[in-house]
Ligand binder design. Structure first.
Ligand code: SF4
Length: 325
């Protein structure tokens, strides 16, 4: 048994946070220590979350047509990708139908996701009434991901019944400028703070496999810990033809499991949600994410790539003895 990993795990289980040098040393352990890292990450998950797992799905309320330049994103008009350059906005009926489908699939949370830097007043007003309808007619939780918002907009979403706001940091502040130049890391941090101030839960994480270093990954985790987010979506690059990251190689499954486990040590009480890139990158090892410390999954399709059928995911959870929270 690796002593350093076991000691760090005990410290976390005792309720104390790891400091940066401990985290760095955890990340530097040899490949042979991966079994120990996963074993203890799983203990930490079981200690703080038991057998409960959160499941959510998303609907792209507005797809494509974005003038921003996030280097991994198929929805930017700056890149020649398979997504239409003209934004496609779903009608009320289409979004309600997605809520209906989430209900049928017994998925308790639906995220409405909009492409673009921010949202217009007209769209926000439409969504306020739509969100109220979803809450009363379907009874499921509604999350929103509408880009950069201010405190007033966050308060209106909270009043309409949104439970959680999603806005990702994507990576470390140092690496951010290599991935996005049309808005800043601080824009994103301010949005997270606005959502928190409005009393919304915050779903905030990033994407891995975009040329970031181990140090960037640790920086982002520490920033998320500092911000006090309650859910960290972990996306793993699915290179999209036409984007600047099209030629990137994907992360191997064992590296993905190692990153999840490291995050479980750093953020022991925070939900870790494995989202985009799960199917492509993990292949037959998808069920291992829970052993690495994951407590939440995004089921169904992702924004621009195919995901997995909810019934297959629910079967996987049942086979693992896990329950939907
Ligand atoms: S991630 Fe969001 S803001 Fe960035 S290009 Fe894609 S849709 Fe636009």
């Amino acid at each position: 048994m690796n002593t350093l990993i076991a000691q760090c795990a005990q410290q976390v289980l005792d309720g104390a946070s790891l400091d940066r040098s401990q985290i760095e040393r955890l990340g530097q352990q040899s490949k042979e220590a991966l079994d120990d890292l996963l074993y203890h990450a799983n203990r930490i998950r079981q200690h703080f979350f038991g057998s409960k797992v959160r499941v959510c799905s998303i609907v792209p309320g507005r797809l494509g047509g974005c003038d921003q330049d996030c280097a991994f994103c198929a929805q930017s008009v700056r890149y020649d990708t398979p997504i239409d350059k003209k934004a496609q906005t779903l009608t009320d009926e289409q979004i309600l139908s997605a809520a209906d489908q989430a209900c049928d699939n017994k998925v308790p949370h639906l995220g409405i996701v909009y492409s673009g830097k921010t949202i217009t007043e007209k769209e926000l007003a439409r969504l306020e009434s739509l969100i109220r309808r979803i809450r009363t007619e379907y009874g499921i939780g509604v999350c929103a991901s509408l880009g950069i918002i201010n405190i007033d907009q966050a308060q209106r979403l909270a009043a309409a019944g949104v439970t959680r706001y999603n806005h990702n940091l994507e990576t470390s502040e140092r690496h951010f400028g290599k991935i996005v130049t049309t808005h800043t890391y601080q824009d994103r941090v301010r949005t997270v703070e606005a959502a928190k101030q409005a009393g919304l839960g915050v779903c905030c994480g990033g994407i891995f496999g975009i040329g970031e270093s181990e140090s960037d990954r640790i920086d982002m985790a520490l920033e998320l810990r500092h911000l006090g987010v309650d859910t960290v979506p972990m996306n793993f690059l699915h290179p999209i033809p036409g984007t600047p990251l099209a030629g990137s190689s994907t992360l191997c499954p064992l590296e993905i499991l190692r990153i999840i486990a490291l995050y479980r040590f750093i953020l022991p009480k925070t939900h870790l949600k494995v989202a985009g890139g799960r199917v492509l990158n993990l292949r037959d090892m998808q069920s291992w994410i829970f052993y690495a410390g994951c407590t939440s999954i995004l089921t169904g399709n992702y924004l621009t790539t195919a995901g997995r059928d909810a019934k297959d995911d629910f079967q996987m959870l049942k086979d693992l003895g896990l329950e939907v929270a």
